[in-house]
Design a protein around this ligand. Structure first.
Ligand code: BGP
Length: 474
């Protein structure tokens, strides 16, 4: 028996089990019922390729997996797995098609009413992301996204509309998906139209500031409009280990982690931390920060949520830096870890480390709102029933959940766990469907062919069993 299993405790009663999605990756219906285009509608080839000017037919997100028309059946499948929570995002451009209007689009609002009806029917807690990589295209093109302070007001109007409409029905809210990822993916995460290479550091950090103010402002609005709502920030968590025990490498790893810690520190403590101010000073970045901004930032969150897929290493010596092909966000490859088919390091213990780290740092309830394995699944037949024999996915799930259980035994206060992409959907980084995360297979291929039929994979039943036993069968 390894020491890590000695302290295993059960998952707490009421622990929320479920899955997480994002509107642009599954809804489709990109221009239906008054929806305006979002930046995703002009990103047909993922985050490494420049956007197109207009939506093009080769963009799989335009149809997605047609959740917009099939949400009832899909949510019923989630219920069959035993989900007690369903994380989804609201497409900003369904509610405000251009982003800067004053009146919302009723047909867009009505769609999410229907989604919430289904959640309620199945006793599932909704967990809503207000902005998940879906800035309305007009805000990106006409304002250059979050580099422009005007977006704060547009977002406030949007958030207020959501709190007023759904505030009685939705308890858990996330302001921005992976807010720290704007550092690496300025268009996807910050709606910034200026190409990454031309963007100045000042523009980038001003965009970050504007998003942080908007996030805190949403919390403030929720306190007035929907006081029972719990507001969380959402951070892309990527623990960074020193590549060697050399103290310079240890410090290099710490500096890399500051990049994500800063976002949590500001959301939880309500002010910029000293190390962040130092970085801005040393890099000659002068931001427009008003006294009113400082005041708004003091509206802090109720919980901290995060995504966790992988860890990376860091070193002070560029010559020792081997960047793994899957490390889209940088960092050196960890020679001790296996990787997924897309080169993402698989590190279950890293999840325990993050949970302990975040809990010790912020002492607020945590929520794992993304974790999962993208794989090139093959549809097969077992006893005449189409399925995917995805033992690798169950292994990944179990190994990560064992570490979650350990973290809970370590004393971490954890609200729940939502697996990323419980149903196959379009990948954010590649914009393809062949990178599949689901427990449910969707018959749609990268060339757009397929019937869109849904099939339960083997992992569907494994997750069902884990949820039914509240994690006791791990
Ligand atoms: C996160 C995003 C999700 C999701 C996930 C998996 O960063 O919040 O939108 O897509 O990563 O990434 P990918 O789809 O690129 O495999």
């Amino acid at each position: 028996m390894t020491p890590t299993t000695l302290t295993a405790q059960p998952f707490p009663e009421g622990f929320l089990w479920g899955g997480a999605t994002a509107a642009n990756q599954l809804e489709g219906a990109w221009n239906v019922d008054g929806k305006g285009p979002s930046i995703q509608d002009v990103m047909p080839h993922g985050i490494m390729t420049p956007p197109t000017d207009e939506p093009t037919p080769d963009n799989l997100k335009l149809e997605g997996i047609d959740f917009y028309h099939r949400y009832r059946d899909d949510i019923a499948l989630f219920a069959e797995m035993g989900f007690t929570v369903f994380r989804f995002s609201i497409a900003w451009s369904r509610i405000f098609p251009q982003g800067d209007e004053t009146e919302p689009n009723e047909a867009g609002l009505a769609f999410y009413d229907r989604v919430l009806d289904e959640c309620e029917k199945h006793g599932m807690e909704p967990l809503v992301t207000i902005s998940h990589y879906e800035t309305p295209l007009h805000l990106a093109k006409a304002y250059d996204g979050w580099t422009n302070r005007e977006l704060i007001g547009c977002y406030e109007r949007y958030a207020r509309t959501l709190f007023e409409r759904y505030g009685q029905r939705v308890k858990y809210w996330l302001t921005f998906n992976e807010i720290n990822s704007v550092l690496h993916a300025p268009l996807m995460s910050g709606g910034i139209w200026t190409p990454k290479k031309q963007l100045t550091k000042t523009q980038l950090y001003q965009a970050i500031h504007n998003e942080l103010v908007a996030s805190a402002s949403a919390t403030k609005i929720a306190r007035e409009v929907a006081p029972q709502a719990k507001i969380g920030c959402m951070i892309l968590a990527m623990p960074t280990y020193p590549l060697t025990p050399d103290p310079d490498d240890v410090w290099a790893a710490r500096l890399a982690e500051h990049d994500s810690y800063a976002f949590g520190d500001i959301h939880v403590r309500g002010a910029y931390p000293g190390y962040y101010l130092r970085k801005l000073r040393e890099e000659g970045i002068e931001l427009e920060i008003t006294d009113a901004d400082r005041e708004v930032l003091t509206n802090t969150v109720d919980f901290v949520s995060f995504s966790y897929y992988m860890s990376v290493c860091e070193t002070a010596d560029p010559a020792k830096r081997i960047v793994g092909e899957g490390n889209l966000l940088g960092g050196a490859k960890n020679p001790t870890l296996p990787v997924s088919e897309w080169g993402w390091a698989i590190d279950p213990v890293g999840l325990r480390i993050v949970l302990n780290d975040f809990w010790e740092r912020w002492q607020l309830p945590l929520f794992i709102v993304e974790n999962g394995l993208g794989a090139a699944d093959v549809l097969t037949e077992i006893d005449g029933v189409p399925t995917v024999d995805d033992g690798y996915r169950t292994a990944y799930l179990r190994e990560h959940l064992v570490q979650v259980r350990e973290a809970i035994a370590d004393g971490v206060d954890l609200l729940g766990y939502t697996w990323w992409g419980p149903i196959d959907l379009v990948s954010a980084s590649t914009a393809q469907l062949s990178k599949r995360y689901g427990f449910i297979y969707v018959d749609r291929n990268d060339d757009g062919s397929g019937t869109l039929e849904r099939y339960r994979k083997k992992s569907f039943y494994d997750y069902q069993e884990i949820i039914a036993s509240n994690g006791a069968c791990l």
